[in-house]
Design a protein. Structure first.
Length: 265
C-alpha cells in the first residue's frame, strides 16, 4: 500500500511540473547573448583573418644570404639608401675581411675537378670563375685598408700580410697566359705594401716598423712572389735603416730626434 501511494504521489508531481508554465524552457528563460560570460562573448565576436608578418618577425626568418641579397637589391634600387648604409655600417675589421676572402678561397679549392692536376688547362677552365671572384674580392678589400682611408699602419700591414698569403696559395698554371691574374695580384699587393710603409715612415710611431718581424715577413713574401715586392722591401729598408745601411737620416738628425724616438719606444 505504501509503495502504491508513493508512486501515485510521484505521478501527480510529474503532471504538475509538465503543465506548469514556470517549468517550461521557453525562450524568455534562455540566457541572452549579452548575458553570456565576457570571455565567451569576446570569442564569438573575434574575426580571424590573414595578414603579413610584421617587419621584425620577417627579418628573423631570413638567413644570412637572403638578408645580404635583399639589402643589396634595395640599395641598388635606391642609391640614397646604399649611401646611408655605407656611411653608417661598422668598418670592416681585418679579421672580418680575411674571413670573407677565405670563404672565396674555399669555394675556389672546392671547384677543382677530382683526379686531375690542379695546374692543367682543364682545371683552370673549371675554376676560372671562382678564381676571378677571389681576386676581385681582394681588389675591393685592399684599398679599404690603405691610407688615407686607413690611418693605422699596423692594421694595414696585418691585412696585407694575410691577403698576400692567400695569393701565394693560388696555383701556378701550365699555360703562361693563365698566370697573369696571379702576377697582377702580386703587382697590386707590392704597390700596396710600398704605399703603407712610405706613409707610415712619415707619421708618429714609425719606429714600429722595426718590430713585429715585418722586414723578415716582407722579404719572405718577396721571395715567394718572384721579386714582385722589391719596391716594398726597398721602402722598408729605407724607412727603418736610420743609423745603418740605407739610412736617409743624418747622424745629427738622429741624435736630435733621440728623445722623441725613446718616447715612441
Amino acid at each position: 500500500m505504501s509503495g502504491r501511494k508513493r508512486k501515485a504521489d510521484d505521478d501527480q508531481n510529474y503532471d504538475r511540473m509538465s503543465t506548469s508554465p514556470n517549468s517550461s524552457p521557453t525562450v524568455a528563460n534562455r540566457p541572452l547573448p549579452h548575458s553570456l560570460p565576457r570571455r565567451q562573448a569576446k570569442r564569438m565576436r573575434s574575426n580571424v583573418s590573414g595578414r603579413p608578418l610584421p617587419l621584425p618577425r620577417l627579418l628573423e626568418t631570413l638567413g644570412e644570404e637572403d638578408m645580404r641579397g635583399l639589402l643589396h637589391s634595395i640599395c641598388e634600387q635606391h642609391p640614397d639608401i646604399g649611401a646611408e648604409v655605407v656611411a653608417t655600417a661598422p668598418r670592416p675589421s681585418v679579421q672580418s675581411a680575411i674571413s670573407v676572402l677565405q670563404r672565396y678561397e674555399e669555394s675556389l679549392q672546392g671547384s677543382f675537378p677530382f683526379g686531375n692536376r690542379q695546374a692543367s688547362d682543364y682545371a683552370y677552365n673549371r675554376v676560372r670563375q671562382p678564381l676571378l671572384d677571389l681576386l676581385d674580392a681582394i681588389k675591393d678589400f685592399t684599398p679599404h685598408f690603405l691610407p688615407p682611408n686607413e690611418t693605422q699602419a699596423m692594421t694595414s700591414l696585418n691585412y696585407l700580410d694575410a691577403a698576400t698569403h692567400i695569393i701565394h696559395g693560388l696555383p701556378t698554371w701550365d699555360t703562361y697566359q693563365h698566370n697573369r691574374h696571379k702576377e697582377e695580384a702580386y703587382d697590386d699587393m707590392g704597390r700596396a705594401w710600398a704605399l703603407v710603409i712610405r706613409e707610415a715612415a712619415h707619421r708618429p710611431g714609425w719606429m714600429q716598423l722595426q718590430y713585429g718581424g715585418w722586414e723578415q715577413k716582407l722579404a719572405k713574401h718577396n721571395e715567394e712572389s718572384g721579386g714582385r715586392m722589391q719596391e716594398a722591401v726597398n721602402e722598408l729598408r729605407t724607412s727603418v735603416g736610420w743609423g745603418g745601411e740605407g739610412s736617409t737620416m743624418s747622424p745629427a738628425a738622429a741624435q736630435g730626434d733621440g728623445g722623441s724616438i725613446r718616447q715612441q719606444l
